[in-house]
Write a protein that binds this ligand. Sequence first.
Ligand code: UD1
Length: 426
Amino acid sequence: MEKIIVDGGKPLFGTIEVSGMKNAAVAVIFATVLSNDICVLDNLPEISDVADCFAILESIGARITHVSADTVEIDTRSIRDAEAPVKLVQKMRASYYLAGAMLGRFGKAKVGLPGGCNLGERPVDLHVKAFETLGASVTLSDEYIEATVNPERGLCGKNIYFDCCSVGATINAILAAVLAKGSTILENPAREPHVVDVANFLNACGADVRGAGTSIIKINGVERLHGCEYSIIPDMIEAGTFMVAAAATKGKLYIDNVIPKHLETITAKLIEMGVSVEEYDEAVCVSYEGEMTPIHVKTLPYPGFPTDMHPQMSVLLCLANGESAMSETIWSNRFRYVDELRRMGAKITVADKTATFEGNTVFKPAVVKSCDLRAGAAMVVAALATKGITTIEDIAYIERGYVNIVEKIRSVGGNIQKVNFPDEAS
Ligand code: UD1
């Protein structure tokens, strides 16, 4: 069993490089299916979720060639309209993008219902609504989503209104619509940067997707796509995690390869706490000494405060010099990190989807678990802010989404290592 061991309480100093965005990469990789050609993707994060996407595509006939550590050539010409093994598909949430991509290319898709982090109920009703509106018949079972369209009619563009902002349903609707006949209009789509990245990738392949990142997306169907070379945007959540780590350890990090605009909400909340954030063209510099002011944070769809930064930000709220609150509006199970932070001495109560932090916490070392990807990242940040040795278990979650997190933090002075314990001893 692998664990992360942190001897914390020391400030992080130096330059840290952010990798490509996990949530954009996993969507763009599945979107390559629609190109029916060769795509070269650059700035891909080397994480297990990306490796799982490749395994899924290879299982249905794609050829994947690793050009360098973060550049991969994907040839989707030999993909069959086959079903990827359920065991592979269930390893990650984003495998549902295969449904939109296969439906768009072959007019049919059968994909196992996805796994990923257990963040509470994760319905797919909006994905189903989008496929049905475009003319597909959809069957949902406990294990599968299956969509087919009458081959003579094919998918046809329509207006689709989303009752709530769903990243997954928005991207799946775009994937299904790019090769449909006529125009599709998405109303109230998700506006996250990764939605924009998928649209930009598809446009580079010859699609006509307009308005991604705004409240209306228009997709004019085209007959075919072609391959392209495309670079994935930097990961705003990895960047945000390092921003919080700089403040929590009272250090100074120059966080490079970011798009500062994507970080605006995180930056605003850090500044509200009294943390210094300097913005550069492709970097931010975060530093802090002294006491942090307590604040209230509420997660919301982009451009609101990202739910994927909730657990990491909560570590700072524990350290503020008074009572803070974090309200979660997206995932009911987001609060699983709370018990772990309590193990480290934090005083937190949770009621009505809001966590209240007493503040002024002096974390004490403990053995804690990564309950999910972002909760695991929060444990790393808390451990870095804690004098003494903290052990973090179940680190596979963290490795789903963070590239070489141990090496990156070591390079800015963190005393952190990954240790492989034999199972009996662990
Ligand atoms: C994506 C991200 C995840 C992030 C989340 C919210 C990926 C691979 N994952 O997940 O890291 O936490 O966005 O920013 O990009 N909903 C419905 N019906 C649906 C779909 C969603 O009611 O058919 C609801 C969900 O229950 C949730 C909200 O919409 O409350 C947002 O979910 P969604 O944006 O779809 O999340 P994911 O795409 O799964």
